[in-house]
Design a protein around this ligand. Structure first.
Ligand code: HEM
Length: 194
């Protein structure tokens, strides 16, 4: 058991094995010829990547940013040089994967264009998709470029570095705000609507 949990790769593989066992017992593999099953599978992939993205967004906003002022200056590089770059790697690629799986899912559901044009009865998912697209744009074109300057991955002077850190922080807060209605809209389409 210990050998599994000492490696992240083996831990994830163990999760997949448990899933396969559950699918075997439930007879899920028999449904793999059906279109509806693949839509369901894409929905699962989408929620998985979305949790990775929004989980890290909330980690930054609920944990890392509020903790920075409490960390002594000589220990801050542990965050800025090691933890933040690693977290940002998973953060931005999870954002992209969520957009891709979400768009494929909407296409498989047959309402991609209708949702993006906010046509009835796809208002809920349409609004959710637009909110999430704005958030993903912010990740790739505002937060990440500014974080590169703030973390010293791209060299700039001290003034530009401070401005970049503030812009990244404010945009990240903006995304945290949008994540609340975005998630409501995501789950609303299948349930109560808006
Ligand atoms: C641009 C990005 C996104 C697009 C295009 C997108 C698209 C979609 C679509 C088409 C659905 C299916 C709705 C339905 O018919 O029930 C959906 C559901 C969902 N999405 Fe997203 N989404 C995006 C971002 C996100 C993010 C960031 C999260 C965060 C976790 C998320 C979480 C969910 C959840 C939990 C569901 C409900 C699944 C269910 O009820 O079975 N989505 N999304």
């Amino acid at each position: 058991m210990g050998a599994i949990f000492q490696s992240l790769g083996r831990t994830i593989s163990a999760g997949v094995v448990i899933l396969i066992v559950i699918a075997l017992v439930a007879g899920t593999f028999g449904k793999m010829g059906e279109y509806a099953w693949w839509t369901f599978f894409m929905r699962w992939l989408h929620v998985l990547t979305g949790i990775m993205w929004i989980g890290l967004l909330w980690y930054f906003n609920f944990v890392q940013t509020p903790s920075m002022p409490k960390i002594p200056d000589e220990q801050k590089p542990a965050i800025t040089k090691v933890i933040a770059p690693e977290a940002l790697f998973w953060f931005r690629w999870a954002a992209l994967a969520t957009v891709v799986t979400g768009l494929i899912l909407a296409h498989m559901n047959g309402y991609l264009g209708k949702a993006l044009s906010l046509s009835a009865p796809f208002h809920a998912i349409g609004v959710g998709m637009w909110l999430a697209l704005v958030m993903a744009f912010n990740v790739w074109f505002i937060i990440w470029p500014n974080q590169k300057k703030a973390l010293g991955i791209v060299q700039v002077d001290a003034d530009a570095k401070a401005k970049a850190a503030r812009m990244a922080m404010l945009t990240s807060r903006f995304n945290t705000m949008l994540s609340i209605p975005m998630l409501y809209c995501m789950v609303a389409q299948q349930n109560s609507g808006l």
